[in-house]
Write a protein that binds this ligand. Structure first.
Ligand code: HEM
Length: 272
């Protein structure tokens, strides 16, 4: 994952450690800030844990970002094929600054560190629970698709069993943030704050200020969509594809395709 983000610091242990601390610092700082009245937050944020990691991230990356910005200013938009370069090229002119770009990059680190860890941890637990059932088939598929070379988008796209296994683990075990209410625990995806009152065609109203979300735990176990919804069936999604009935690799029913009944990646406007 870090290799995707920034060539040059991808293997730097201190940078990676700071990236993880930054991701945790965002959550901890947000929880601390939440305790205080709004008008104080702009002062308190200055001593929140995130400040230290933000400063360290800027120190790590500033020379590299500046060097690439200078090159771009001279009309040369070539650079390493990594996330930092994509962000630099895509940023609007007023955000082509070292601080803005480091912040964008670190925001993506925050978005990607916990999510990928949770998804793969869910998969590893399932594998550990039934190694004989899944390991040989998954290993054989990886060896067959790996082409003896790099892991590429194409080779990953061929690993339909592995993809199915991870989607099934995400369906059952990685079902969003758990919010504990006094009586029970619910998992909610697509959490949104209603900025203004919205009235649906059927008359249902979401009042301004309401917090809403989708009940992912139940959607992921909807018996009208999933046969034996509570059962872990690692090849649930690859079986139809093997029989020529399913969508193309990376199409519908792949780990990254969202739908009402599968919201590990949400199902927001970018999904449509
Ligand atoms: C298995 C891995 C991942 C999972 C399960 C995951 C899950 C999610 C979820 C649930 C959301 C909220 C969607 C919504 O509420 O509509 C989200 C948003 C987002 N994720 Fe991921 N994510 C993963 C990996 C990544 C990675 C690797 C990156 C970047 C390198 C990333 C960047 C983002 C961004 C930028 C958003 C905000 C999108 C928006 O505001 O429309 N995610 N992700």
């Amino acid at each position: 994952m870090p290799a995707l983000l920034i060539s040059g610091v991808a293997q730097d242990k201190a940078f990676l450690e700071n990236a993880v601390n930054y991701a945790q610092g965002v959550v901890i700082s947000a929880e601390i800030l939440r305790l205080f009245p709004d008008w104080t937050k702009r002062f308190i944020v200055k001593i929140a844990p995130i400040v230290r990691y933000r400063r360290a991230a800027i120190a790590f990356l500033k020379d590299m970002v500046q060097e690439r910005l200078t090159k771009l200013e001279k009309g040369d938009d070539t650079g390493p094929d990594d996330l930092l370069q994509w962000l630099i090229v895509a940023a609007p002119p007023e955000e082509k600054t070292v601080v803005c770009l480091v912040e964008r990059l670190m925001a993506l680190e925050v978005a990607s560190i916990h999510t990928t860890t949770m998804t793969f941890t869910a998969g590893l637990y399932r594998l550990a629970a039934e190694p004989d059932k899944y390991l040989p088939e998954l290993r054989a598929e990886v060896q067959q698709c790996y082409d003896g070379g790099d892991i590429t988008r194409d080779s990953l796209g061929k690993m339909i069993k592995l993809d199915s296994f991870l989607r099934e683990a995400a369906r059952l075990d990685n079902s969003g943030l758990r919010i504990i209410y006094p009586v029970r625990c619910v998992t909610v995806s697509m959490q949104r704050n209603a900025k203004k009152t919205f009235t649906f065609a059927d008359g249902n109203v979401i009042p301004a200020g309401a917090k809403i979300g989708a009940p992912m735990l139940f959607q992921h176990r909807d018996p009208s969509v999933y046969k034996r919804p509570d059962e872990f069936d690692g090849f649930r999604f690859s079986r139809p594809k093997e029989q020529g009935q399913g969508a193309a690799p990376m199409g519908k029913d792949s780990l990254v395709s969202t739908e009402v009944a599968f919201q590990s990646f949400g199902h927001g406007r970018h999904a449509w």
